[in-house]
Design a protein around this ligand. Structure first.
Ligand SMILES: [Zn+2]
Length: 436
């Protein structure tokens, strides 16, 4: 893959164009307003793209001539709304209307060959799923907040979501699909839960990607019969954590079956990889007819430190695929570490409350943040100039700082000037902003 310079569709101008085209298709119920819905959505995206720490800071900048010009040249924003208007309009946007952004960007990534090298185990894609919380308050709440009622009468409100990213053990990039909010559903008074969110997610994803071959990787909460049956019905392969404490029957079965195989190998670093596996074992006594393949693994370092895992899968286990299965299952952590942790602690301010709203604002802001993250991940995978600039900045945090500094200090005619400026340590233009 060329990593030399800007590439039309998979560099940031093309990715923002794709995103804008989806925003433009969303019905604008207040089209008579001087600021279009697309400008509201692109402004939200710019806040996360530029890694603004708060809406207030963005609001303070947006009326400066310099910022106004840069928002136009970089994000195509004719007029950026005030923070109040931004919150009001985005609160009314149906989050489902943003799903198409993810499918379109994924298509661009695929066409740009960015997913080459991500195929795993017979041309599947590893899809790592996990839930996380990102908002909690004793006061601020909306129609859809989850509620926790305490014994002393206090109520806590919270938002969670089910995140899903395409991962590969050998690649650091992750590519999010549309996350599924874990929120009270329309008209319901009951709290939602991760399992129900997973049902909606798996159905929607299969509908949107009818032919894509996925291996779903999840933690031990997922290795239950109803969930496995749903995965089977929707034609997903799976690799799920399975703990002995939850699966005593299965572990006893494996212990007492003569065809259980133990296989051990030692790598060049002296690490022992010990496997134990059995195909066609019953998941549990209540679901005896539901057969799974069982894989247990110990990693024993030369200093004796041992890490232990166990999984259930529908992929036939052979001596040949033990290592890829283990590495694929262990890539599950990337949804926590490379995704949620990055979003929370490395520039995207996932847990900052950018505004909660009454209906959808909180969820819409999370989607815009996730889309900004996806755009960044695609650039990192496909765009040579982005990587040159990132290398020069030495860390993501410094890179985002440099971008915002340039954005706030100089007229930037286009993204290429921004990235070239960072990559070559040049000022992107000779026209500094004059405050006098
Ligand atoms: Zn809420």
């Amino acid at each position: 893959m060329s990593k030399q310079g800007f590439r039309q569709s998979v560099s940031i101008p093309g990715l923002l164009k794709t995103t804008r085209q989806v925003f433009e298709q969303i019905p604008d119920s207040k089209s008579s307003n001087s600021i279009s819905l697309t400008d509201h959505l692109m402004s939200g995206l710019a806040i996360f793209g530029l890694k603004y720490p708060s809406l207030l800071q963005f609001d303070q900048d947006r009326n400066m001539d310099l910022t106004r010009s840069n928002l136009k040249s970089l994000y195509g924003i004719k007029k950026a709304p005030s923070d109040t208007y931004l919150r009001e309009r985005l609160d009314e946007v149906d989050p489902a209307s943003l799903r198409k952004n993810y499918t379109q960007l994924l298509q661009v990534l695929q066409r740009g060959k960015g997913l080459e090298g991500f195929a795993y185990l017979d041309n599947h894609y590893l899809l790592s799923l996990d839930g996380t919380g990102y908002f909690s308050s004793n006061e601020i709440h909306c129609d859809q907040c989850g509620e926790k009622h305490h014994r002393d009468g206090r109520v806590s409100y919270y938002h969670q979501l089910l995140g899903a990213v395409l991962v590969h053990p050998d690649h650091k990039e992750v590519f999010p699909l549309a996350p599924e909010p874990i929120l009270k559903q329309d008209g319901s008074t009951k709290n939602d839960c991760e399992r129900n969110a997973a049902k909606r997610f798996l159905n929607d994803t299969r509908r949107e990607h009818p032919h894509m071959k996925f291996i779903v990787i999840e933690d031990a909460l997922a290795s239950n019969a109803p969930h496995i049956k749903l995965l089977q019905a929707l034609n997903y392969r799976y690799l799920l954590g399975a703990k002995q404490a939850d699966h005593k029957f299965l572990f006893d079965w494996v212990d007492n079956t003569s065809t259980t195989v133990i296989h051990e190998l030692i790598d060049e670093k002296g690490v022992i990889h010990r496997f134990r596996y059995l195909n066609n074992a019953p998941l549990n006594d209540a679901n005896f007819e539901l057969e799974i393949n069982f894989l247990e693994y110990w990693e024993i370092k030369p200093n004796g430190k041992t890490t232990h895992f166990s999984w259930v899968t529908d992929i036939l286990i052979t001596q040949e695929n033990l290592v890829p299965l283990m590495r694929g299952a262990r890539a599950r952590w990337k949804v926590e570490n490379e995704t949620f942790n990055t979003l929370k602690n490395h520039g995207y301010h996932f847990e900052h409350n950018f505004g909660h709203g009454y209906h959808h604002l909180s969820t819409v802001m999370v989607h815009l943040m996730m889309l900004a993250f996806l755009i960044d991940q695609i650039q990192q995978r496909c765009c040579g100039l982005f990587n040159r600039a990132l290398d020069k900045a030495q860390s993501k945090i410094r890179f985002w700082q440099k971008i915002r500094n340039l954005f706030q200090s100089f007229l930037i005619p286009h993204w290429e000037a921004m990235y070239l400026g960072i990559a070559n340590e040049l000022k992107p233009t000779v026209i500094p902003y004059n405050t006098s």
